[in-house]
Design a protein around this ligand. Structure first.
Ligand code: SF4
Length: 390
């Protein structure tokens, strides 16, 4: 029996893909091993959102290729695989096959081709029509927590982001299938599910099946109520797109105790000028209004965000606006990134006058602002008893 070792970088969607790949490989007679040294086949699920994540792939392939007596079969899947395709064989030696983001159901076929002696095996094709999105039977990263994809891809085309190119356009999964999955996960003893997707609140399934009896201003808020009605203990969702964030989502959280009181709403910048250059589709004023609504919630909703510092053309004034936005919103936590140019995106072509030194300084400064604000905000938990999943 051939042993496969899977290594995953990037977002929850990648983790979820890896879980399904592991399950399908196990069903096809492979042994999925956590031990990279004993694996016959190494499969690296890649992320291209930041340059650093992409470089990890080069490092890891080099290690698998050089540090083992017998080189394993090496496959690359995920976003870098989708974007680079066959060119990866020229860029990194030692790779045996490349599988795009929609071809993950055919990993076993690619492995077979390599063992049959085919070289440069590449599959960037579309998903099979009967692709199994079920996570209930998947080899999950935890017996208590499960990622449930509800939407894949992105239509937003923020100018700095490669995801619409690597993951394709938005496709919403059927609500009845999602609910069936959640019910099965609950039966198996899963305590917490994460409804995942690049933009969960852009959820728009082709049919209403499964949502007919649930009210809500958008398909996503109806889905939240439908999933809450399954009675599973904890439900989280991630990531939300500010423009599509309807206040009815807050109402759903207020109505259902099992919808966790946490919203991740990436602001990216506090400057309207930068937001426009990023093509985020929201102004800082419209974003603040959503934050105000979230703060009015009776559930004390925890707020988190993503911020990019040093976007091409970001001035000191723009950066000051971002610091003010962080202070205004009072996030419980923020993921701050230095802008990382991604080839193939519109922002890559923009004049980037912000030096790396400035980006680093802005990163440190903003981190300081966030830490101070966070410390203040977290005081509200002192002396409080809350439920957590450990
Ligand atoms: S919404 Fe923007 S940042 Fe998020 S995945 Fe889509 S293009 Fe990328």
């Amino acid at each position: 029996m051939k042993k496969v070792y899977l290594e995953t970088f990037g977002c929850q969607m990648n983790v979820s893909d890896s879980e399904r790949v592991a399950t399908s490989l196990a069903a096809k007679g492979f042994e999925v091993t956590p031990n990279e040294n004993s694996a016959d086949i190494v499969l690296i699920n890649t992320c291209s959102v930041r340059e650093k994540a992409e470089h990890k792939l080069y490092t890891r392939v080099g290690q698998f290729r050089n540090y083992r007596e017998v080189k394993p079969v090496i496959g690359v899947m995920g976003c870098v695989a989708q974007l680079e395709g066959e060119t990866l064989f020229d860029k990194i030696s030692g790779i045996d096959f490349v599988i795009g983001t929609k071809a993950v159901g055919r990993v076993a076929d690619a492995i077979q081709k390599v063992y049959d002696g085919e070289s440069g095996v590449t599959d960037l094709g579309e998903r099979e029509l009967d692709y199994d999105w079920s996570v209930a039977d998947a080899q999950r990263h935890s017996p208590y927590v499960a990622f449930v994809p509800i939407i894949e891809g992105c239509n937003k085309f923020c100018t700095y982001c490669i995801v619409p190119f690597s993951r394709g356009r938005e496709v919403s999964l059927s609500a009845s299938e999602i609910i069936r999955n959640v019910l099965e996960l609950r039966r198996q003893g899963v305590k917490e599910i994460h409804l995942i997707g690049q933009n969960v609140n852009s959820y728009r399934p082709k049919s209403d099946s499964g949502l007919e009896t649930f009210h809500g201003a958008t398909p996503f808020s109806r889905l939240l109520r439908a999933v809450a009605a399954t009675g599973i203990e904890r439900i989280k969702f991630n990531t939300s797109f500010p423009r599509d964030f309807h206040p009815d989502i807050i109402d759903a959280i207020n109505e259902h105790e099992n919808l966790c009181n946490w919203v991740h709403l990436p602001v990216q910048s506090g400057s309207d000028r930068v937001l426009k250059m990023m093509k985020r589709g929201h102004t800082i004023e419209s974003y603040f209004k959503k934050i105000d609504k979230l703060k009015e919630s009776s559930r004390d909703i925890a707020l988190t965000t993503d911020i990019i510092v040093g976007f091409p053309g970001e001035t000191e004034k723009d950066f000051e606006d971002t610091k003010k936005a962080v202070e205004y919103c009072g996030y419980d936590s923020a993921y701050i990134f230095k802008y990382s140019p991604r080839p193939g995106t519109p922002a890559f072509e923009m004049d980037d006058e912000v030096t790396l030194g400035e980006k680093k300084l802005r990163f440190i400064e903003l981190e300081g602002v966030q830490k101070r604000s966070q410390n203040q905000r977290l005081q509200r938990y002192l002396g409080k008893r809350v439920q957590v999943l450990a």
